[in-house]
Design a protein around this ligand. Structure first.
Ligand code: NDP
Length: 248
């Protein structure tokens, strides 16, 4: 019973990924630079991020304690998951330069529900996971490397974006340096590389669904960001890509 519910939840997430990608190509999620007053109740951006991401820290940890992984390999993946989500929930939210900027509650609640599902299917997937053998082991090592590279790229990009504004400033600037010279959203690129690495390292269907969902969510938004820079900055270099250096 639990098994079939988890399988259904995992495929549902794949469906959500497709639906999200299709809708985000026509409507950009109204937070950050796309926020406009009058779209329902709001919450501060800082508390929005903390609330939205908290299931990925707390529910995931609780499920792992109730259903502990049986291999050291799976525990390593648990540690990486928690490492990322402690960063996103508590550190990223605390370095925001405009922490009180409103975020629609609808976005926060949608993200919260998504994280409930994602944490559940991924925590259960790690329960029976053994260390891969043969060629799969080397694929897995490559996945760990990608995870760390992606984490470095997105954390460094998050930090550079936050340092664009001085305390109290609200306006937008063209980010420069690091991968910002090649793409407008290296933070999204790093996030995608990281979760692709996690999926390669663990080789579980829920981790692959999450990697797919991350692309589905962030690719259309990176394209919107690029259009936004073109529309708002005359000096924006149109040779700069949206998400993937030299490609897209
Ligand atoms: P954005 O790049 O839109 O914004 C990130 C932060 O940088 C915001 O505080 C924003 O301010 C600020 N910022 C962005 N561009 C500029 C600029 N040109 N000048 C000044 N400040 C700027 O990212 P998101 O908020 O969408 O995402 C934040 C993080 O969460 C990213 O690392 C992303 O990868 C991750 N994420 C992951 C998802 C997943 O599916 N796994 C989904 C969504 C996000 P302001 O708020 O004022 O715009």
């Amino acid at each position: 019973m639990t098994e079939s519910l988890l399988t259904a939840g995992t495929w549902f997430m794949g469906f959500l990924g497709l639906a999200t990608m299709m809708s985000l190509f026509s409507v950009t999620a109204p937070y950050g630079r796309y926020f406009k007053p009058g779209i329902g109740p709001t919450i501060s951006t800082r508390w929005g991020w903390i609330l939205m991401e908290s299931p990925s820290v707390f529910l995931f940890a609780a499920l792992v304690v109730i259903n502990p992984p049986k291999s050291a390999f799976a525990w390593l993946l648990v540690a990486l998951w928690e490492w990322h989500y402690l960063y996103r929930t508590f550190i990223f939210s605390s370095i925001l330069r405009r922490p009180k900027k409103p975020m629609p509650l609808s976005i926060v609640l949608t993200g919260f529900c998504f994280n409930l599902l994602n944490s559940t299917i991924n925590a259960f997937a790690l329960h029976n996971l053994e260390q891969p053998a043969g060629g799969y082991f080397y694929l897995s090592i490559f996945g760990f490397v990608l995870f760390f590279v992606g984490f470095y790229i997105h954390v460094r990009s998050d930090y550079l974006l936050q340092t664009l504004r001085k305390q109290g400033e609200n306006d937008y600037k063209i980010p420069k340096g690091f991968l910002f010279d090649l793409v407008v959203s290296p933070n999204y690129f790093g996030e995608i590389v990281q979760w692709t690495g996690f999926a390669l390292a663990s080789q579980t269907l829920p981790a692959w669904m999450f990697a797919f969902y991350t692309v589905a969510n962030l690719l259309p938004r990176a394209l919107s960001h690029r259009r936004w820079y073109v529309d708002n900055f005359k000096e924006f270099s149109t040779s700069k890509k949206a998400l993937i250096p030299w490609l897209l």
